[in-house]
Design a binder for this molecule. Sequence first.
Ligand SMILES: CC(C)(COP(=O)(O)OP(=O)(O)OC[C@H]1O[C@@H](n2cnc3c(N)ncnc32)[C@H](O)[C@@H]1OP(=O)(O)O)[C@@H](O)C(=O)NCCC(=O)NCCS
Length: 158
Amino acid sequence: MTAARDDVLLLGAAAATPLAAGERAAMGEALRFAGLPASDLDDASVRAFAFAGRDGALVGYVGLEIHGDEALVRSIVVEPSRRRQGAGRAIVERLLGEAAALGAVRAYLLTTNARAYFERLGFATVARADAPPAILATRQAVGLCPASAALMVRPTRS
Ligand SMILES: CC(C)(COP(=O)(O)OP(=O)(O)OC[C@H]1O[C@@H](n2cnc3c(N)ncnc32)[C@H](O)[C@@H]1OP(=O)(O)O)[C@@H](O)C(=O)NCCC(=O)NCCS
């Protein structure tokens, strides 16, 4: 079994580490480095998680907002040296399980550069006019992501 596969298994088995507001500086750096917005990372509505691999080293980060039945998956970034090993998929699947446990039925995300990636994970593009007001009111939807960003959705449970 490869080290990469071991990492994925660990991501599936281990709890992600929640990052309290004030513990997200390194996450913000990683997001900015990847060209993703981070200025709202410390907002009270944003949950943030760090994932480590089997070796204890950081694999990536992800953010989540829960708005009743709806979730917003946001701020996913995998360490450059850990990409293309299944970590992103494992993180998204883990996060969707967390969102479902918190009562969300559907998960939305906004992306400018990774639409094809999220299609492979079961997300489909949806018109903004068809999105719930709570998702359209998030800071990401209102202004941090460009209007050209694709809005995508999938059920939290497949
Ligand atoms: C997008 C990201 C999280 C994927 O993480 P990852 O751990 O490499 O993903 P996985 O290992 O699950 O999947 C890798 C596959 O997705 C593809 N992929 C990665 N990024 C992609 C993108 N932006 N668009 C389309 N496909 C993409 C890879 O080419 C690879 O394909 P392959 O299996 O045919 O080789 C990672 O590339 C990243 O951190 N990018 C910078 C931040 C970012 O753009 N986040 C998304 C913002 S909405």
